[in-house]
Design a protein around this ligand. Structure first.
Ligand SMILES: [Zn+2]
Length: 477
């Protein structure tokens, strides 16, 4: 809490020098935040690195990236480095834009616990190279509103945050969610959280068309946006109601179920997806309808993968980060999934997973705006940040190239959030949110985990120190 300028000066300085309101120099950080800083010079040269710039362009080696007072000043193989710059010789390293995670909750679940992670979530996201998040459904909106402010004021470290209001669902939904039962309810709920600082809203599986339409309209009237994890409303219906995004893709579209009734979530609808050809006319129509109406899609492969038997490979860093109880709950559920699949000799999720990957590939190739996020829920095996990194491997498995995959995870996320003029790619003039990776994730995907420094607005944070600080605490606080 020390070393801060007087409150009355902050808004004046922000408004004069940084119209985006994203200023943050080391001198503004609290002592707690400062302990994670590893690079604080105002001018820094990252020398002899491979750059994957986030635009989908091919990787380039032998590059120098120059950071000057929070912005990317230059990139190239012949950048002149000003005297006084801090020179980091980084041959063998790769620089990518800070990841933009658009389904990145600050809570976490296992099959038996829900934990609002005000301490570990922001640190793990930043440590893993995720410098911007949209929370995409909140269980504790005030935690997120306060977390966002604490990060912006330098009290704690974490990503830039786009806070979402509470989940909007219908009667019979989880007791953690807003259950609206009239269009007026829906409007009132959106209006309240818009005033409190939410900039996105997310509908959930039990909402009806009338309430969803009213909620979207109220958000749009205020210049805010709306996405959904749907079931009772189909993708086509939601697109026609004006929704801006759809979460999870193939796993959540009920319009192919022959038993679908209006405004009802058909139980067991995933069976209808099991043998559906992703290249069929109905699926192509869904994709075309989304693209024609500018609706973005969020890929959340990492959270679905944990329901596939024997996946993902267990990582020791994940087990070390989890609180002992959460670790046991995750491993127990993982075992049960495997046993169920062995006993029945089948797994719906194993059948659906490659189809979901193919759906995302087809959407992207048809010109759709595909972004990604971890969604650290389900049975607890996809952790904040670590799961975003796993998404990189899962999108490669879906046959995206490394450059396309990073575009999905960076610039496309920035486009969804409307911040791509300032963030999302390694481009001269943009804010210096950059990730330095020891190794080459283009030829060795697993290297995406070897993050050493994460720059946010030109300030470098020590990834290892951040991860060490949450050991045994994920699922707890
Ligand atoms: Zn979610």
């Amino acid at each position: 809490m020390t070393r801060r300028m007087p409150y009355w000066l902050v808004p004046i300085i922000l408004s004069i020098f940084v119209p985006t309101g994203l200023a943050q120099s080391v001198s503004q950080l609290s002592d707690e935040a400062r302990q994670f800083v590893s690079v604080e010079a105002p001018v820094v040269a990252l020398i002899d690195v491979q750059v994957v710039d986030g635009t989908g362009a091919a990787p380039k080696s032998g590059q120098t990236v120059l950071i000057d007072n929070g912005r990317i000043a230059a990139i190239g193989d012949d950048v002149s480095i000003p005297p006084g710059a801090e020179r980091l010789e980084l041959s063998g390293h790769t620089v990518i834009p800070g990841l933009v995670g658009v389904h990145n909750h600050t809570f976490y679940t296992t099959s038996v616990r829900t934990s609002q992670m005000n301490v570990t979530a922001p640190r793990l996201y930043l440590a893993s190279g995720v410098t911007t998040i949209r929370t995409t459904g909140s269980y504790s909106p005030y935690s997120e509103i306060n977390m966002k402010r604490a990060i912006e004021e330098g009290e704690i470290v974490g990503p830039r945050m786009h806070v979402t209001g509470p989940y909007v669902s219908g009667p019979g939904a989880s007791t953690m969610m807003t259950q609206v039962s009239s269009p007026e309810d829906a409007r009132r709920m959106v209006a309240y959280w818009a005033e409190e600082g939410a900039t996105w809203f997310k509908a959930y599986t039990m909402i009806s068309r009338a309430e969803l339409g009213a909620a979207i309209d109220e958000a749009h009237r205020r210049g805010l946006k709306f996405t959904g994890h749907l079931c009772s409303v189909t993708f086509k219906e939601a697109v026609d109601l004006g929704i801006d995004g759809l979460e999870h893709g193939f796993f959540t579209n009920t319009e192919y179920d022959p038993n679908k009734l209006p405004d009802e979530c058909p139980p067991g609808f995933r069976e209808s997806l099991r043998n559906l050809d992703v290249d069929s006319e109905p699926v192509r129509r869904t994709i075309g309808h989304m693209i024609d109406n500018g609706v973005a899609l969020t890929s959340t492969l990492a959270v679905y993968e944990i329901s596939v038997p024997d996946r993902p490979p267990l990582e020791s860093r994940t087990l070390a980060a989890l609180a002992p109880g959460a670790r046991d709950e995750y491993l127990t559920r993982r075992d049960e999934i495997k046993k169920q699949a062995d006993t029945s000799n089948s797994s719906v999720m194993a059948d659906l997973f490659p189809r979901a990957q193919a759906f995302e590939y087809a959407f992207f190739k048809a010109g759709g705006l595909l972004a990604a996020g971890v969604d650290p829920t389900g049975n607890g095996g996809a952790l904040p940040g670590f799961g975003d990194q796993r998404n990189y491997e899962l999108l490669l498995e879906a046959e995206f190239t490394p450059a396309e995959t990073l575009q999905i995870m960076t610039l496309n996320g920035a486009k969804v959030l409307g911040v791509d003029d300032e963030l999302g790619s390694v481009s001269a003039g943009k804010i210096a949110d950059l990730v330095v990776i020891d190794g080459d994730p283009v030829s060795r995907p697993g290297d995406i985990r070897n993050v050493v420094i994460v720059f946010k607005q030109g300030v470098g944070y020590d990834s290892k120190k951040l991860i060490d600080s949450v050991e045994g605490l994920v699922g707890l606080k």
